[in-house]
Write a protein that binds this ligand. Structure first.
Ligand SMILES: Nc1nc2c(c(=O)[nH]1)N[C@H]1C(S)=C(S)[C@@H](COP(=O)(O)O)O[C@H]1N2
Ligand SMILES: [Mo]
Length: 197
């Protein structure tokens, strides 16, 4: 088995279990942001879930911290080809945030402080596979990694995990978000290599 150097400081091991095709492992935690890091004070912070027509739910920071939280250990996969194994997060499951919600909408647009957006099927946010995370490695989530809180949807490419997440807008139609308008995949499953469309 060969080891190939790649653009980043990682190593490529073609048959590493859990490593999606075309990915290499890195020990570091690269920062990928399209713009400056927005600074969101916790007393200003809100997380909202809404539909096109009707306001649904909103939490303040204190209300959010009072929700049941989960510890999550997971691998993450960026479309630029780095993967990182065994990352540790704490956050609130989207199952909790969307619990009891009565909607016919099948898609969601995650939107962030700073203007970033990314679209996801609602099904990918349910079933214990998505969180709004506010801790990494037992510490408050660093601003450059999306603090105070970010979406964490680790079974999809990491661009779907919106940093500085501000809320979800539920949608009837699958509208493209920021990277999706620029050719990235509407779903983004790393094991299916759904990078572009
Ligand atoms: N708000 C916002 N969220 C974002 C991004 C961004 O530019 N802005 N970049 C995405 C991309 S492409 C990746 S790979 C991850 C990077 O997260 P990290 O900087 O914590 O590694 O965040 C995703 N979420
Ligand atoms: Mo990315």
């Amino acid at each position: 088995m060969g080891f190939f150097s790649s653009g980043f400081s990682g190593r490529r091991r073609p048959d590493t279990p859990g490593l999606p095709p075309g990915q290499y492992l890195t020990e570091s935690f690269p920062v990928l942001s399209t713009g400056p890091t927005p600074r969101v004070e916790s007393d200003r912070w809100r997380f909202t879930i809404e539909t096109d027509t009707e306001f649904v739910r909103q939490w303040t920071w204190d209300e959010f911290l009072a929700l049941p939280a989960e510890d999550v250990s997971t691998d993450i996969h960026c479309v630029t080809s780095w993967s990182k194994f065994g990352t540790h997060w704490r956050g609130v499951s989207l199952d909790t945030l969307l619990d009891g919600l009565d909607t016919v909408d099948r898609f969601a647009m995650a939107h962030s402080y700073g203007g970033y957006t990314t679209n996801l099927p609602l099904a990918d946010l349910l079933g214990g596979r998505a969180w709004v995370a506010y801790e990494f490695d037992g510490e408050p989530l660093a601003p450059e990694h999306g603090g105070p809180a970010r979406l964490l949807v680790p079974h999809l490419y990491f661009w779907k995990s919106a940093k500085w997440v501000h809320g979800l807008r539920l949608m009837d139609d699958n509208e493209p978000g920021f990277w999706e308008q620029n050719g990235y995949h509407m779903r983004g499953d790393p094991f299916l290599e759904q990078r572009y469309w």
